[in-house]
Design a protein around this ligand. Sequence first.
Ligand SMILES: Cc1cc2nc3c(=O)[nH]c(=O)nc-3n(C[C@H](O)[C@H](O)[C@H](O)COP(=O)(O)OP(=O)(O)OC[C@H]3O[C@@H](n4cnc5c(N)ncnc54)[C@H](O)[C@@H]3O)c2cc1C
Length: 437
Amino acid sequence: MTHTLDDLRALVRGRVLLPGDAGFDPARRPWNLAVEQHAAAVVEAADAADAAALVKYAGARGLSVFPQPSGHGATGDLAGAILLRTGQLGEVRVDPAARTARVGAGAPWGRVQEAAAEHGLTGLAGSSPAVTVTGYTLGGGLSWFGRAHGWAADSVVAFDVVDAEGGPARVTADSDPDLFWALRGGGGDFALVTAVEFRLYPAAALFGGRMLWPADRAPAVLAAFRSITAHAPGELTLWLDLLRFPGSAPLVAVDATYLGDEAGGRALGAPLDGIGGLISDSRGVMPPSALGSITAEPTDPGPGLSRGELLTGLDDTAAGILLSRPIDPLLSVQVRHLGGALARPSSGPHGALAEPYSLYLFGVPSTPPVAAAIRDRQRDLAGALAPYVSGRKPYTYLAPGESASSAFAPEVLDRLRALKRERDPRAVFRSNFPVLA
Ligand SMILES: Cc1cc2nc3c(=O)[nH]c(=O)nc-3n(C[C@H](O)[C@H](O)[C@H](O)COP(=O)(O)OP(=O)(O)OC[C@H]3O[C@@H](n4cnc5c(N)ncnc54)[C@H](O)[C@@H]3O)c2cc1C
């Protein structure tokens, strides 16, 4: 294999690393270090022409290309594919008058938010500035501002792609409605995206931050969280976190953003104010570029084991279950409030998100026994909450071992599969959660 793929070096301008090359091992590793992945080669595309040349090369030899800008969503299932790094496709261009951004396939949200914030605008970013816009958006993208503006993918106006024949195309709702539909949440199975253009939203006034208490305040915090989220306007988003950091006593947090002024944000959060024992409160007026500081998730690579679910409700019984079960050895149990614009009709593969809350169970698998214990706790918590677990999962919440079939209704999956067979019959593109698996 090494010998065969050697001719890739003459084909692309970017770096090509083959097994046995110095630097191959670090280059093939994903951001999530809990995932082991074995690539036939790693290609760091210098530009979109490199990416197109690679696709043609792979197609002619019956090989697959696995685009992976960062590896936040790594699953390890490369199946002998060529790993494509898109980091050098880093263009970030904001058009303040049109309120749109055009970003290269390797651009992380942090850079985009910095450029947008200069104009009082925001994209529909999630919790981490290190996740790429492209990978996140191809999976739908659940944003801090999804309650106000819907799925991130629904704000896309165009994709620049390389198709399975290696040809460039600009995909819009008019130019190619089927592919445009699939790319807005159906994952990375259908084309190689080289750039994305999407709408930005006004965020000149943005209030947000984290309130933190000792875990013994969790009953009061959860009660306030439920009461606020029962009537919250779309501009307000609250997430509740049960946290257990190594070496520290367990904690409970509420993370908030409000697309509005400070007085409005504080008034809506009033039920949280009377809860005693507050350890810290980072809430304040912030630029959209500071969103990542709210949850302060690690931006450097590290190991993680997650399980995501959608919840049909959070009544007294569900709240009691959340409060009564230990979260150890998990690091965090996060409940995000959804609803608002996310619950309205969407023309992407995921459709409307009827479930009002999501659940995200996260642990750091420092050793194999800890990994097993994390999985047990995830199973235990999701099992106890089974009457509230809808069974469907957002694509970007899927974890290794899960399948695209958990993200889509059966008729949607059928349509995605038909499109995959039509547009990529030789299976040149391989995504982290293939629709045909
Ligand atoms: C710390 C953290 C926080 C997160 N927060 C959120 C959140 O708030 N909301 C949310 O919805 N999700 C969130 N996620 C999930 C995240 O959106 C997904 O894991 C997403 O797939 C990451 O995209 P990436 O490009 O960074 O990762 P990668 O693993 O590099 O890419 C994921 C997949 O996207 C596809 N892909 C990427 N680029 C291309 C391309 N150019 N062409 C074709 N296919 C491509 C490929 O199939 C690839 O396997 C979070 C994940 C982490 C680890």
